[in-house]
Design a protein around this ligand. Sequence first.
Ligand SMILES: [Zn+2]
Length: 112
Amino acid sequence: MTEEELAATFEPLIRTELDDLKSLREGAKGDRKPVELDQQSVGRVSRIDSLQVQAMSNAAEARRQKRVRALQAALQRIEDGEFGYCTECAEPIAEGRLRTDPAATRCISCAR
Ligand SMILES: [Zn+2]
C-alpha cells in the first residue's frame, strides 16, 4: 500500500477506537470517585466492595490510557509518513497485522 492508502485505511480505524475509548472513560468516571469515608452511610462490606470496584476501574483506566497513547502515537506516525513501517528494522509491517492492531510499531519478526 502507498502512504496515502495506509493513511486512508487506518486513520479512520484509529480515530474510531480513540472515540470508543473516550466514551468508555466518560462512562467509567463514577467508579473512580474517591470512596466515601462516612461509615454511617456506607457499611464496611459495601465499603470494601466499592474499594474493589474502584481498584478494578483504576486498572482498566490505566490500560485505556496506555492504549490511547499508543493510538495517538500511530496518528503521529501517519502524519510523519512513518506509519506502517517497523520502528526497528524499517521494513513494512504486514497489512493483516496492522488490521489487527493499527497501533503496532514493529513487524512480526521484530515483535517476536
Ligand atoms: Zn521489523
